[in-house]
Design a protein around this ligand. Structure first.
Ligand code: ADP
Ligand code: NA
Length: 332
C-alpha cells in the first residue's frame, strides 16, 4: 500500500485568479498538516506549452510560490518547488509518452478547447501535456490530487496510464490516484460569461478577479459582473438555470467557508445591488491579507528562489528513487 500523499500544481502562466485560490490553493492548505504528506509544485514546464516571455515566466513562477505561502502553505510542512528544477518530471514524462495512446490524447477536451480550430499550429507539448501531468503525479506515487473540475479528465488519464504501465510490465508499481474535487468552488466561472471557467489567461481582465487586485478593482469587477434581473431566490433550486447568479453565490459560500444553501437562506429576496457589494467586501476581507503578504514575499525574489531550491531538493528525495525503479522496470 502507498503512503497517503497529495500532489498538485499550478501553472505560472499569468496572474493567479480567485478560481486558482478557491479551487486549488485554499484546498491545498486544507490538506496540509493532516494525514497526508503534501507536495505542491509550480508547474513551469506546463506553462511553456504555450508561449511565455522568459522574464514574465520567472515572475509568474515566484508569484505562484508567493501565493502558496501567503495563503498558508508552509515550506516546513509541505514540499514547495518548481517542476523544471526536478528533471525526473521530464524523464518520467517521456516514458509515459510511450505508454499513453494517441487515441487517449485525442479525447482530451481541454486540448480541443485550447487548440480550437488551430490544432495544427499548437505545440506538440500542449498535446502531450496530460502525459507530463501524469508523470508529475505518479513520480510521487501520489494517492490524492486536489484539483478543480477542469482537471478531472486529466486525473482519469493519469489512472489509465498507471494501469497500463502496471499491466504491460506486470507490476503493481503506480497507485490509482484519486482526484479530490470537493466544495462549492471546483469550477469558478468567468464574471462576464457564466458558462466559461475563470482563467488566468482569459481574454479580458474584467472577466476575472486576480489575487493581487486591490479593493477598488474587486468592487468594480463584481459590480460589473453579468447577472440576470431577478433577485436571489428562496431556495437553491431557484438558481438552476441562472449560471451567473449561481456562480456569485458559490463564490460567496467558498470565501466564507459556508454552503450555497446557507448563503441563499441568508440572502433570499436580496437584489444584486445589495448582494454584489457584500460579496465584494467579503472577497476583499479574505484576499487583502493574502495579497499583502504576497507582495511582501515578492519583494525578496532571492528568498523565494531559496525556498523553491530547498523544496526541489526534498522533492528529488522522493522522485529520484521512484524514477530509478521505473527505469529498472522498463529495462533501462
Ligand atoms: P488556469 O486555468 O487558471 O491557468 P491552471 O491550469 O494552472 O489554472 O490550474 C491550476 C489549478 O487551479 C487546477 O487545479 C485547476 O483545476 C484550478 N482552477 C483553475 N481555474 C479554476 C476555476 N475557475 N475554478 C476552480 N478551480 C480552478
Ligand atoms: Na487549467
Amino acid at each position: 500500500s502507498f503512503t497517503p500523499r497529495v500532489f498538485s500544481g499550478i501553472k505560472p502562466s499569468g496572474g493567479l485568479t480567485l478560481g486558482n485560490y478557491l479551487g486549488a490553493i485554499k484546498r491545498f492548505v486544507g490538506m496540509q498538516g493532516g494525514e497526508f504528506e503534501t507536495v505542491y509544485c509550480v508547474v513551469d514546464m506546463h506553462a511553456i506549452t504555450v508561449w511565455q516571455d522568459p522574464t514574465e515566466l520567472a515572475t509568474a513562477t515566484r508569484e505562484v510560490a508567493a501565493g502558496y505561502m501567503a495563503a498558508g502553505l508552509d515550506p516546513t510542512k509541505s514540499i514547495l518547488f518548481n517542476q523544471s528544477q526536478v528533471s525526473a518530471h521530464a524523464e518520467l514524462g517521456w516514458i509515459f509518452n510511450c505508454v499513453a495512446r494517441v487515441g487517449w490524447m485525442n479525447r482530451m477536451t481541454q486540448f480541443k478547447d485550447k487548440a480550437g480550430s488551430n490544432a495544427e499550429k499548437v505545440s506538440l507539448g500542449l498535446y502531450a501535456y496530460p502525459s507530463l501531468m501524469a508523470a508529475d503525479i505518479l513520480l510521487y506515487h501520489a494517492t490524492h490530487v486536489p484539483v478543480g473540475e477542469d482537471q478531472k479528465q486529466h486525473v482519469e488519464l493519469t489512472r489509465d496510464i498507471a494501469a497500463k504501465f502496471n499491466h504491460d510490465f506486470k507490476v503493481d508499481f503506480f497507485p490509482e490516484t484519486e482526484p479530490v474535487i470537493e466544495g462549492p468552488a471546483t469550477r469558478v466561472m468567468n464574471l462576464r460569461d457564466g458558462t466559461k471557467k475563470m482563467s488566468k489567461s482569459g481574454e479580458s481582465d474584467m472577466e476575472r478577479i486576480n489575487m493581487l487586485d486591490d479593493a477598488d478593482k474587486i468592487a468594480k469587477k463584481f459590480k460589473k459582473a453579468k447577472t440576470d434581473p431577478e433577485s436571489l431566490p428562496e431556495t437553491l433550486d431557484g438558481l438552476k438555470d441562472r449560471p451567473e447568479a449561481r456562480n456569485l453565490v458559490d463564490i460567496y459560500s467558498a470565501l466564507n467557508d459556508s454552503t450555497p444553501e446557507a448563503v441563499i437562506a441568508e440572502y433570499a429576496g436580496a437584489g444584486w445591488g445589495q448582494f454584489k457589494p457584500t460579496l465584494a467586501d467579503l472577497a476583499v476581507a479574505k484576499l487583502a491579507p493574502i495579497s499583502e503578504e504576497m507582495q511582501r514575499l515578492m519583494n525578496d525574489p532571492t528568498e523565494i528562489d531559496r525556498i523553491l531550491a530547498n523544496g526541489a531538493e526534498k522533492a528529488r528525495g522522493i522522485a529520484n528513487p521512484i524514477l530509478k525503479d521505473t527505469y529498472d522496470i522498463v529495462g533501462f
